[in-house]
Structure formats: structure tokens, C-alpha cells
Design a protein around this ligand. Structure first.
Ligand code: FAD
Length: 302
């Protein structure tokens, strides 16, 4: 009940309070903050993927601004010698306003990353965006086979068949590359699994399918049983270390992340940054009311 009240009133919370909660999950407001955080992670033998926190895009000029910000970021990653890439949310480039221009903007970003031998990943947003994201991925994968990846959400009932339907994009010299996540959005039960155990079972089923079909897997979770399940599959299929990586969010479960790195697994951290941290934090808190407990803690701790 308290969680519900707090999550409804979150947008009215003082930014200082939200910041106290957010600062450990966000690298900072500027590109320099993100580059510094990335360098520190690289020193720990951890790769990064950078995400610019953006406002909800309502017009295509805003989408063009986002395209320009990411173009600059891709060049900065290269100039600073960061071992990392970018994650792109299609709605930031206007997916729900003008699909054709959104594709063009995301194509420009992929071409820029490819020109440096780098990579971009398309994040997966809520269910109305899934077909659009897959369509953009399909087209870019054909043009830039080694430079583009996609996210798939284990909670969506369609995911295994989406995986099957994309196998035709495999090439001997350029594997398919998917980040597998549970999924963060609140989706209707008609299209998404709701139960923790059911979601985990499907996560591992999707991952097994990926290993059986030589798909590069980015295993993005902090959930210990899932990490153990993934390690068991890696062992079962004798998956070489360069055919998968683990991924975690900035500031979340650093101990688990260190253990995996110490055991020789590749690790990448998702590093969000930008001036729009307030909207990002309140959105994430609303999407995942369980995390409101962190806010309550912040209220009472010094
Ligand atoms: P959970 O069962 O949610 O969490 C397991 C444990 O991890 C928790 O008990 C807690 O101890 C810890 N934990 C998890 N999250 C947090 C947190 N934020 N703060 C503190 N502790 C936490 N979702 C999408 O829908 N689309 C995407 O494109 C996407 N990209 C992602 C990229 C990365 C690298 C990661 C790690 C996640 C991404 N997600 C994305 C979010 C994902 O869908 C899950 O919502 C999120 O990872 C939490 O699920 P979990 O697997 O960690 O398991």
C-alpha cells in the first residue's frame, strides 16, 4: 500500500531525494562523467554500453537532436579509447512518430559505429515497439552484419518464435547477437508471463535455444538463480568464452559482477547518464514498485 502511494506521488518528490536514490545507478549528467565511469570499469576488465537518458520524444526535431548526441558519443567513445559501445532506444529517434526517418537516424548511427569497427545495440522497449525494433534490426543486420545487436525480453510470450524467425539472418562470419533480459515494462498477461519462476524458465529456454544455434548471447541479469542456470548451460554446451557475455546495470550488484569477472567471464555494464536523470529514475521506480523501498530507505538514512 505504502509502495503504491509513493509510486503515484513520485513525480512530486523533491529532485534532491530522487537524486540520493539515483546517483549510484547513473554515471552523472555529462559525457565526461560517463567516460570517467567507463574508464574505471574498463580498468576492472569490464566493458560498457552507454545510454543517454532522454526525454520522451514528441517531435522529429527532438529525435534529430538525439541522433546528433549519439553521433558525438560514438566518436567520443572512439577518441577516448573506451572498450564499449552504445545502446539505442528506437523511440528516442522517433519510432512512434515517423518510422522511416527513425530507421534513417538509426542507420546513420550504426554506420558511424561500423566505421570505427564498433557496434550498437537496439534496446527493447514496451510491447507496441517490438515489431518496429525487430524490423529495424533485420534491415540493419543485412547491411552491417557485425555491428548491430538487439534485445529480447524473456517475459514476452512471443520471444522464442521471434528468435526462430531471425535465424535466417545468421551468417558464418557474423553471428546473431542478442541481449536477453527479463523485461522491465508492465505488460498485459495476454502477451507476457507474470510469474517469477515462469519468466526465469523462459529466460533459460531462450538462452538454451541461442547456444544451440550459435547465437552470441549477452546474458543481462542480476538474479542469482538465473546466473547459475546460465552457467550450467554454458557448461552443458561447452560455450567458448568469446561466444557470450554477462551484462549488469551500473551500480547494481557489483559483488556478483566481480565474481563473474574473476572467474574469467566477459562482463559489460550498462551505463546510463545525462541531464534527464530525474525522469529516468522516476519512470524506473514506477515500473518496478519494489524498488520504491530504496526511496523509503533514502528518506530515513543520512
Ligand atoms: P530481478 O529478479 O528483477 O532481480 C534480481 C536481483 O537483482 C534483485 O533481487 C536485486 O537484488 C537485484 N536488482 C535487480 N535490479 C536492480 C536494481 N535496479 N537496483 C538494485 N538491485 C537490483 N529491460 C528491457 O525491457 N529492455 C532492455 O533493453 C533492457 N536492457 C537491459 C540491459 C541490461 C544490461 C540489464 C542488466 C537489464 C536490462 N533490462 C532491460 C532490464 C531487465 O529487463 C530487468 O528488468 C532487470 O535486469 C531486473 O531483472 P533481473 O534479471 O536482474 O532480475
Amino acid at each position: 500500500m505504502l509502495h503504491k502511494i509513493i509510486s503515484h506521488t513520485l513525480p512530486y518528490f523533491p529532485p534532491q531525494l530522487i537524486w540520493r536514490f539515483s546517483k549510484s545507478y547513473i554515471a552523472g549528467e555529462t559525457t565526461r562523467d560517463a567516460i570517467n565511469a567507463s574508464k574505471a570499469l574498463n580498468r576492472e576488465n569490464i566493458m560498457v554500453t552507454l545510454d543517454i537518458l532522454g526525454k520522451f520524444v514528441k517531435t522529429m526535431p527532438q529525435a534529430a537532436e538525439n541522433r546528433d548526441a549519439y553521433l558525438a558519443l560514438i566518436r567520443t567513445i572512439e577518441a577516448a579509447g573506451i572498450d564499449g559501445n552504445c545502446s539505442l532506444k528506437p523511440t528516442m529517434f522517433g519510432l512512434m512518430i515517423d518510422k522511416k526517418t527513425c530507421f534513417e537516424y538509426m542507420r546513420e548511427l550504426t554506420a558511424e559505429a561500423a566505421s570505427h569497427g564498433n557496434f550498437v545495440r537496439i534496446d527493447m522497449e514496451d510491447s507496441p515497439c517490438v515489431d518496429g525494433a525487430i524490423d529495424i534490426f533485420r534491415r540493419l543486420k543485412q547491411e552491417f552484419p557485425r555491428n548491430i545487436g538487439l534485445v529480447l525480453q524473456a517475459y514476452l510470450k512471443r520471444t522464442l518464435s521471434d528468435l526462430e524467425s531471425m535465424l535466417d539472418l545468421r551468417r558464418d562470419d557474423a553471428a546473431l547477437n542478442f541481449r536477453l533480459v527479463k523485461g522491465i515494462y508492465v505488460e498485459p498477461a495476454a502477451i507476457a508471463y507474470k510469474d517469477y519462476h515462469e519468466i526465469n524458465a523462459h529466460f533459460l529456454e531462450d538462452l538454451e535455444f541461442m547456444f544451440k544455434n550459435n547465437v552470441y548471447a549477452a546474458i543481462a541479469t542480476h538474479d542469482t538463480p538465473l546466473i547459475q542456470g546460465a552457467l550450467a548451460l554454458i557448461d552443458k554446451y561447452q560455450v567458448p568464452k568469446d561466444k557470450y557475455e554477462f551484462q549488469m546495470l551500473y551500480g547494481v550488484t557489483p559483488k556478483k559482477r566481480r565474481e563473474l569477472v574473476q572467474n574469467g567471464h566477459r562482463m559489460r555494464v550498462y551505463v546510463p547518464f545525462g541531464e534527464e536523470w530525474f525522469g529516468y529514475s522516476t519512470r524506473r521506480l514506477k515500473e518496478n514498485p519494489a524498488m520504491v523501498k530504496h526511496i523509503i530507505k533514502a528518506l530515513f538514512s543520512k
